[in-house]
Write a protein that binds this ligand. Structure first.
Ligand code: RIB
Length: 305
């Protein structure tokens, strides 16, 4: 039986423009291409966990519109259980994304239906949480919902992962005690800890602070520099596989989903981190959010000696 992962989070339709560079304030640029791609941090992490071996359920909301239908269909195509994906009045979440020639992106999100995922609604879907081995949350749905999910995940004895993305502010202090694995990137780690993260040393300092705040273990993703793992006793740096990047959108989501799938399947932390890093590296060689997420066979082929 594959391990069961539940994701509480966002579904967004990504409206993606490629341009030679990101526009400055007040500037109009001529872009190179446009595409409409299924995304959202929650849905991306669900797709990554499903493609990488887990049995996945999604808890979220889409709008009563064509994007909502397409977002749900994209998850169903991955055999993700969508009984807890509700359709609500109004528009689905959208993300306006620009990707430049250096594969960097800028993203503006309009949450739309994601804002309708309330803690009360989550309570209705408690059996879905109960059935899972591992819970993943991010920050694209209301804070009260995330707070309830973390607390309930801890009460039920699940492995609880929080990817605090996007984060530009401190988290409620009482959340930390419910988190087994906190997985921020550099800027998120800085926003949460107050420590500017621009090196392995500063990443260690930030991770130390986040563990002192109550997080069980911390993995700070460092882009091309890999990731830093901290468990309160020691640190371990995991260098990233070297690849030619095309588009970094959803690389962090692919890492989180891959790490979660491997961990839920019983792999050790180091093996799960390396697995997630290979999956994330493969994702940056392809364009788009969900279309870029590799299959288990791609990761296994990359890892084969
Ligand atoms: O992490 C990438 C995702 O962030 C995109 O798919 C977009 O929808 C935003 O949520």
């Amino acid at each position: 039986m594959p391990a069961k992962v539940v994701v509480v989070g966002s579904l967004n339709m990504d409206l993606v423009t490629r341009a030679s560079r990101l526009p400055k304030g007040g500037e109009t640029l001529i872009g190179e291409s446009f595409s409409v791609v299924s995304g959202g941090k929650g849905a991306n992490q669900a797709v990554a966990a499903a493609r990488l071996g887990a049995q996945v359920s999604m808890i979220g909301c889409v709008g009563r519109d064509a994007y909502g239908d397409a977002l749900r269909a994209a998850l169903l195509a991955e055999q993700i259980d969508c009984q807890a994906v509700s359709t609500v009045d109004g528009s689905s979440g959208v993300a306006l994304i620009v990707v430049d020639d250096n594969s960097q992106n800028s993203i503006v999100i309009v949450p739309g239906a994601n804002g309708a995922l309330t803690a009360d609604q989550l309570k209705r879907f408690d059996p879905v949480l109960q059935a899972a081995d591992l819970l993943i949350c991010q920050l694209e749905v209301p804070d009260a919902t995330v707070g309830h999910a973390l607390k309930r995940g801890r009460e039920l004895g699940k492995i609880v992962i929080l990817n605090p993305a996007p984060a530009s502010r401190a988290l409620p202090a009482h959340w930390y005690g419910s988190i087994d694995y906190l997985i921020p990137n550099e800027s998120e780690a800085a926003a949460l800890s107050g420590v500017a993260v621009d090196s392995l040393d500063t990443a260690q300092a930030a991770a130390t602070k986040l563990i002192a705040m109550g997080a069980g273990k911390v993995i700070i993703t460092l882009g091309a520099q890999g990731s830093l793992f901290a468990d309160g006793n020691s640190f371990q740096h995991f260098p990233a596989p070297s690849v030619k990047a095309v588009d970094t959108t959803a690389a962090g989501d692919t890492f989180v989903g891959g790490f979660a799938a491997a961990l839920a399947a019983g792999k050790g932390e180091a093996e799960a981190i390396r697995f997630g890093q290979v999956a994330a590296a493969l994702s940056v060689t392809r364009a788009g959010a969900q279309p870029s997420i590799p299959a288990l066979s791609d990761v296994q082929a990359f890892q084969a000696p």
